[in-house]
Design a protein around this ligand. Structure first.
Ligand code: AMP
Ligand code: GLY
Length: 429
């Protein structure tokens, strides 16, 4: 099969790497890809936002199957356009992608179908939002309704912060149209876990669990990022919890979407808070997580491609995937300054030394080669050093040994990815 993967991050590198091992794949194109992806796929210079050019490329090159990595092209209808011309693809239609594209849509679906989540209200007028926040008190969470590049959520520990966030979105126009209305919701406390499931409109196939670290600094401090590291499986997940989340959140959502006439196909990524009163949905994403995908791909034993095709074709019933029992952990290397301003391009070297390390795999995110072939960081998150081990502690040690060997003066990384899980392992000894 001729495949096209859309995206340029570590997520897409791990997906291209997994697909490149499939006997079904004849050629893999990636738009636009990165320097690491170029080693396993043919990169084509088309932005994920340029839907017309992606559709043209698919037609001209007789692509058999398209896998869309990031959310924006999904929300903007790439899958709808491809389906219209008869191309099979993995990912939801624009209306189904509202599960990520509109917080209000998801919250009202949860309400209608009794899917456990934080209680909420939706506002487009600042006065109404203000009086609700004052009435409820802090902690409280304020979210822009639409896609805001991961910056639309404020977990406010006091009322002033919540009022300022509501004001920024509704009056200050901070997120443009995405913040023209907001959701104000109950603060949930507990431990977070990421759950992934393949969906074919009807059936659900649960994948392995993962945990990520969103905050930029050690000890989970500082501003939120796209993710500074992740590991899988999530030690907090028991079989009972997995079944509960599968039934009450994932399957219930997929059948709710079907009842609404907008069947959901693709991967459903649920951010879940494990609270004292059970698992509750924090948010849905309509794509694989980044960097969670990298650790999932490291643990996947089966061929990924038939599973994606089965999801696209509505044939997931009775489908099964096998996983390695080992733990996978990834550390994100980012440009100094990220998630704020950073310098680019900056040179990265000495990657060769880690290519020979056992149980270590390097995925690229924001990297490119300059005209002399030298590797340059051209994004906030540049590399994902990923390792497997028998325990989180072992995977962590291997990943950091490799990360330490990379020479990138303008890069930084957190030193404590997996700390909660490592502390649990120490307690058990
Ligand atoms: P989101 O962009 O929706 O993933 O939110 C970013 C982060 O904010 C989540 O990963 C949570 O850590 C936190 N968050 C979102 N909603 C809530 C909530 N209702 N209660 C507590 N924390 C939340
Ligand atoms: N790592 C979180 C995300 O991909 O949204």
């Amino acid at each position: 099969m001729k495949l096209l993967v859309v995206g340029s991050g570590g997520r897409e590198h791990s997906l291209c790497w997994a697909l490149s091992g499939s006997p079904l794949s004849e050629v893999i194109y990636c738009a636009p890809g990165n320097a690491g992806i170029a080693e396993v796929a043919e990169c084509v210079d088309i932005s994920p936002d340029d839907i017309d050019s992606l559709v043209d490329f698919t037609k001209t090159n007789h692509i058999d199957f398209v896998l869309v990595g990031p959310e924006a092209p999904l929300v903007n209808g790439l899958v709808d356009r491809l389906k219209n011309i008869g191309v099979r693809c993995f990912g939801p239609t624009a209306s189904a992608a509202q599960l990520e594209g509109s917080k209000r849509f998801t919250k009202s679906l949860c309400e209608k179908y009794s899917i456990p989540t934080a209680s909420y209200r939706h506002f487009s007028q600042i006065e109404d939002a203000r009086s609700y926040i004052n009435e409820k008190g802090a902690p409280i969470v304020v979210k822009a309704d639409g896609l805001a590049a991961g910056k639309g959520v404020t977990v406010a520990m006091n009322i002033e912060e919540a009022l300022a966030a509501a004001e920024d979105a509704l009056v200050g126009d901070r997120f443009g149209n995405a913040g023209a209305s907001i959701v104000v919701e109950e603060y949930l406390s507990g431990e977070e876990v990421s759950i992934f499931a393949l969906c074919d409109g009807d059936n659900v196939l649960m994948l392995a669990s993962a945990q990520d670290h969103k905050a930029v600094g050690d000890g989970d401090t500082g501003p939120n990022t796209g993710g500074m590291g992740a590991y899988s499986p999530a030690p907090i997940m028991t079989d009972v919890l997995q079944a509960e989340i599968g039934d009450q959140i994932i399957s219930r959502t997929v059948s709710a979407m079907k009842s609404e006439g907008i069947p959901y196909t693709g991967v459903l990524f649920a951010g879940i808070m494990i609270t004292d009163s059970g698992p509750k949905l924090i948010e849905f994403n309509v794509r694989f997580g980044d960097p969670e995908c990298q650790v999932l791909m490291m643990r996947l034993k089966s061929d990924l491609l038939p599973a994606l095709i089965a999801a696209a074709d509505g044939e997931l019933k009775d489908f099964d995937l096998r996983w390695h029992n080992q733990v996978a952990l990834t550390v994100v290397l980012a440009s100094k300054g990220y998630p704020n301003k950073f310098k680019q391009p900056t040179e990265i070297s000495n990657l060769e030394s880690i290519s020979v390390m056992e149980d270590v795999k390097l995925f690229h995110a924001g990297t490119a080669r300059d005209s002399s072939g030298k590797l340059q960081a051209v994004g906030g998150r540049a590399l994902n050093v990923t390792a497997v081990g028998e325990t989180v502690t072992e995977a962590q040690q291997k990943a950091y040994k490799a990360a330490n060997a990379i020479d990138w003066p303008n890069g930084f990384y957190r030193r404590d990815i997996g700390w909660r899980a490592v502390a649990r392992e120490i307690k058990k000894i």
